[in-house]
Design a protein around this ligand. Structure first.
Ligand code: AMP
Ligand code: ZN
Length: 115
């Protein structure tokens, strides 16, 4: 999709530190990491958000690769947190579906609303 930053990363039109790639998905380091390990995992095909009509096999392939990324980043054993932000209340800022994989530190217990 034109003017989508993650489509441009998937097309290698703008740089990113790529962790994993196959025909369907791409994983790359977040530009503004919130934890020692912070990787974004995207379908190469453009979907706006989790509310799109996404074929189950696309979601399946995407989520199946979370473990792959976690293993490559060395956090699979200790664990990690997976977040998908959707819309304004979810604080989605890039409108190409992506999974945050956060690790390398123990996450806060709270996942409640901001103050
Ligand atoms: P979200 O708020 O869930 O939409 O998250 C978007 C994420 O994309 C943020 O964590 C940003 O730091 C990250 N981000 C934005 N632009 C880039 C980029 N060019 N390369 C890597 N990560 C990016
Ligand atoms: Zn896109």
């Amino acid at each position: 999709m034109e003017d989508c930053i993650f489509c441009k990363i998937a097309a290698r039109e703008i740089p990113a530190t790529v962790i994993y790639e196959d025909d369907d998905v791409l994983a790359f380091e977040d530009l503004n990491p919130q934890t020692p390990v912070h990787v974004l995992l995207i379908p190469k095909q453009h979907y706006h958000s989790l509310s799109d009509d996404i074929p189950p096999e696309v979601l399946g392939k995407l989520f199946a690769r979370v473990r792959t990324v976690a293993e490559l980043m060395g956090v699979d054993e200790r664990g990690y947190r997976v977040i998908v932000n959707k819309g304004d209340d979810g604080r989605q800022t890039v409108f190409h579906l992506h999974i945050h994989i956060l690790g390398g530190a123990t996450m806060p217990i709270s996942m409640g609303p901001a103050d």
